[in-house]
Design a binder for this molecule. Structure first.
Ligand code: NAD
Ligand code: DAU
Length: 355
């Protein structure tokens, strides 16, 4: 088992990063320190980890900083004697990348290169650089087949192109400079603390409030859904056990067309939340809107390498995970208000009047 003492997590105030920090402190027995470096864009909320900060004291450090800032990175790596990195920080929303690709290049590509350079400067004091990536780098599947570790890259959106570029740089730093890297490419995550621009939290909150539920096109595009905590356990497994230079695909074996996801969310909100006026079924709020340009038809991951090499298994299936997630959003109105009060609301108003 690989071990480390000063783990730098980038983007730890975002959705998966905050769940990962919570998971590592709560469920792995890790006894070192985590340094959470986050620029706090519209998607980052440090309050997501307030309880963890209290529980672990000095073993959790938050640094408000940007991976585009090379001087800051050099300082953070030395000051905190960083010996491992788990790199989540990214612009993560496909629709935003279509409207404005520049930030995706700057953070996802240039920022990742900066981080790789800072990690490399630590020499043999650095045990591991783990890079978090996505199944979107592989492009789009037809009705059959799965993405795996050997699938060639074929990104379509500016987001997935920027993630593909960052993956290539991570592998190049391993092949060229011997940086000890591992990578994971994961399917669609859902669960607590996800920013309500992504399909599942957006549909939960709109359904709750009786607002239209915007489904792109016919809603027949298929995604492979994974509960976020299962993603976190897979990342930890790879970070502590996988060979340097290796890549693993992570998925939930839970393929669903978007329209089916939205219908399930509607049924759950109808069951768990107060009824709409007149008892209107939430499903009637579904509104088909123009499709996302270049919309990938289907993603599905074959994660058998991860299962076979380490015995990793997902623990929360879609039925249980969707219900846990709806319940979480119903119980966390303060968190929702905080993240909705910032730039997000004005961005939505500028770009998506139909929401
Ligand atoms: P998110 O948008 O919720 O969080 C991103 C975090 O990164 C935010 O806290 C933000 O403030 C921070 N950040 C953005 N730019 C930064 C910068 N320049 N410097 C420092 N911090 C910055 O994203 P997420 O959904 O949690 O995704 C995390 C990672 O996982 C991303 O790399 C994404 O590509 C990858 N991923 C996401 C999914 C998914 O379904 N959400 C699936 C597979 C892979
Ligand atoms: O596959 C992994 C990827 O999953 C991650 O790399 C990304 O960071 C993450 O954002 C997610 O990308 P998607 O584009 O698949 O997620 P999103 O929630 O934006 O959309 C899911 C599906 O739902 C997609 O087919 C588009 C559709 N959709 C989305 C929104 C926001 C709608 O029909 N209506 C919507 O309002």
């Amino acid at each position: 088992m690989r071990s480390f003492h000063n783990l730098l997590v980038t983007g730890g105030a975002g959705f998966i990063g905050s769940n990962f920090i919570r998971y590592v402190f709560g469920q792995t027995g890790y006894d070192g320190r985590i340094i959470n470096l986050d620029a706090l864009t519209y998607a980052g909320n440090p309050a997501s980890l307030d309880d963890i900060a209290q529980a672990v004291g000095g073993r959790y450090v938050f640094v408000h900083g940007d991976i585009r800032d090379t001087a800051l990175l050099a300082d953070v790596f030395e000051r905190y004697a960083v010996d491992a990195v788990c790199h989540f920080a990214a612009e993560s929303h496909v629709d935003r990348s279509i409207l404005a690709p520049d930030d995706f290049v700057q953070t996802n590509v240039v920022g990742t290169c900066n981080l790789l350079q800072a990690a490399r400067a630590r020499g043999d004091k650095l045990t591991l650089f783990h890079h978090i990536s996505t199944d979107e780098v592989f492009g789009s599947l037809g009705p059959d087949g799965f993405f795996s570790e050997t699938t060639p890259y074929c990104p379509h959106s500016p987001y997935s192109a920027s993630k593909a570029a960052s993956d290539h740089f991570v592998r190049a730093f391993h092949d060229t400079y011997g940086l000890p890297v591992t990578l994971t490419n994961c399917s669609n995550n859902y669960g607590p603390y996800q920013f309500p621009e992504k399909l599942i939290p957006l549909m939960i909150l709109n359904a709750l409030e009786g607002k239209p539920l915007p489904v792109y096109g016919q809603g027949l595009n298929v995604r492979d859904w994974l509960y976020v905590e299962d993603h976190c356990s897979a990342i930890w497994t790879v970070m502590t056990q996988a060979a340097v230079g290796s890549t693993y695909c992570i998925g939930g074996r839970s393929e669903l067309p978007n329209i089916e996801v939205v219908r399930r969310i509607c049924a759950l909100v109808d069951r768990l939340a107060p009824p709409l006026p007149g008892g209107q079924a939430r499903e009637t709020l579904i509104t088909h809107v123009p499709d996302r340009p270049g919309h990938d038809a289907r993603y599905a991951i074959d994660c058998s390498r991860l299962e076979q090499d380490f015995g990793w298994k997902q623990t929360v299936d879609a039925a249980a995970g969707f219900e846990k997630t709806v319940r979480w959003y119903l119980e966390h109105s303060a968190w929702i208000e905080t993240v909705r009060s910032g730039e997000y609301r004005s961005w939505l108003e500028r770009n998506y009047a139909h929401r």
